[in-house]
Ligand binder design. Structure first.
Ligand code: HOZ
Length: 423
């Protein structure tokens, strides 16, 4: 069915026609494609067009779409019941995998989205420390809980919403925002607010202002400062978890947070989130401790099954190979842009990448914001018309999966060469 008529119908009954704002294509113009089905690295829209997909459901589909083993596991589990509201062995199997993969996780609590994970992490940090202020970084997006929507990235940045109406001022005032990668700003905030700070929450590799790598020493400073003032360090590894390694950024760097938020990949494409950390902190959650959190679909058997199947396949995969494929894609982009008079910066960490339309190095939200978003929009539309599905906004990450092939990369680069001629 034609996308325009679907979008018209959708706008009639769903705000903006979408269930998550960035999908509405407001940043790039035009009508969003409606997806009919997907397999491996390709998605097919309702008009029958096929695209090489670098959105990968914003990260979860690291094995590619409809992986046969994951699909079979979900089918099998669905036949045995889709939700019980009571414990299952699957939840233990999942928690044991998280504990084994993350050096800082001794216990985990499953929830149903990344937003729930970060929201719970903040409440737990406040409950554990008895403090109220939190520090986050401008351009980092940690889902849409009230305390975290202040100067956030992703759709909030894309739509230019500085803070959301509906978030009480008194709550937003407890969120201190600092520039990403600015260790000095962290030190001075720690001196100023010291023992009022419950936690610092950070994307250890930022993905929601586009991809931004932490500078050497930045995350170390966060660890040092939180240790010194008795607050908690929270890594939001919703994007980076099982994306950059079997484990997280902490597995690669040895910088260990007190709490880790997960989502996306650990649900194998089904709705999921998780919060993990030190036993002493995690046991402040009800029913052991007083910090309340609950969920009817938490630890849902289908999500657990899809997640476990995905993790077990990932355990045997070569992350360096995935990185090599992404490196080739980004090196190809860089060559093509160099040959043109179009300023571009490509940030890549593992299989995450963002092509920023700016001449300047991108190290934080301020530098990311210098990008020519109008030019990005034209590039996006050109690529889409050529069969390449990129994230429909400048301040987002691109994702390469284990199902992308050399042929996909070659086709993407030749599409890019053609599109650049039209810009
Ligand atoms: N906030 C997500 C991107 N960082 C978008 C999620 C979606 O639209 O599915």
């Amino acid at each position: 069915m034609e996308k325009q008529s679907l979008f018209t119908r959708a706008q009639n009954v769903i705000p903006g026609g979408v269930n998550s704002p960035v999908r509405a294509f407001r940043a790039v113009g035009g009508t969003p494609i409606f997806i009919r089905e997907a397999s491996g690295s390709k998605i097919i829209d309702t008009d029958g067009n096929s695209y090489i997909d670098y959105v990968c459901s914003w990260g979860p589909m690291i094995l590619g779409h409809s992986h046969p083993v994951v699909v079979a596991a979900i089918r099998d589990a669905a036949g045995r019941g889709s939700s019980f509201g009571a414990p299952t062995e699957l939840e233990i199997n999942m928690a044991e995998r998280l504990v084994a993969a993350f050096p800082s996780i001794e216990m985990a609590r499953m929830v149903s989205s990344g937003t729930e994970a970060t929201m719970t992490a903040i409440r737990l940090a406040r409950g554990f420390t008895g403090r109220e202020k939190i520090i986050k970084f401008t351009g980092c997006y940690h889902g849409h809980a009230d305390s975290l929507l202040v100067k956030a990235g992703s759709g909030v940045a894309t739509l230019g919403i500085p803070g959301s109406p509906g978030v009480p001022k008194s709550l937003a005032e407890l969120t201190i925002t600092l520039p990403y990668n600015d260790a000095e700003a962290v030190r001075s905030a720690a001196t100023r607010y010291g023992d009022e700070i419950a936690c610092i929450i950070v994307e250890p590799v930022a993905g929601n202002m586009g991809v931004v790598q932490p500078k050497p020493g930045f995350l170390e400073t966060l660890r040092e400062v939180t240790h010194a003032n008795g607050s908690l360090l929270i890594f939001d590894e919703v994007i980076t978890g099982f994306r950059l390694a079997y484990g997280g950024w902490q597995t690669l760097t040895g910088i260990l947070p007190d709490l880790t938020c997960l989502g996306k990949i650990i649900g194998g494409g089904l709705p999921v989130g998780a919060l993990g950390g030190r036993r002493e902190v995690m046991e402040h959650l009800a029913p052991v401790g007083p910090v309340y959190q609950a969920g009817t679909l938490s630890g849902n058997p289908l999500a657990m099954t899809a997640g476990i199947a995905t993790l077990d396949i990932l355990k045997e995969k070569s992350y360096p190979e995935l990185e090599k494929m992404t490196e080739r894609l980004c090196a190809g982009f860089a060559d093509l842009f160099r040959g043109k008079d179009i300023p571009a910066r490509i940030n890549r960490v593992g299989s995450l990448f963002t092509l920023f339309f700016t001449a300047d190095e991108v190290v934080d939200f301020e530098t990311a914001s210098r990008s020519d978003t109008a030019l990005f929009a034209r590039f996006f539309q050109g690529m889409l018309a050529a069969g390449i599905n990129l994230a429909p906004a400048q301040f987002e990450a691109g994702f390469v999966s284990f199902s992308h092939t050399e042929d996909d990369i070659n086709r993407t680069l030749s599409a890019c060469a053609k599109v650049l001629k039209t810009l």
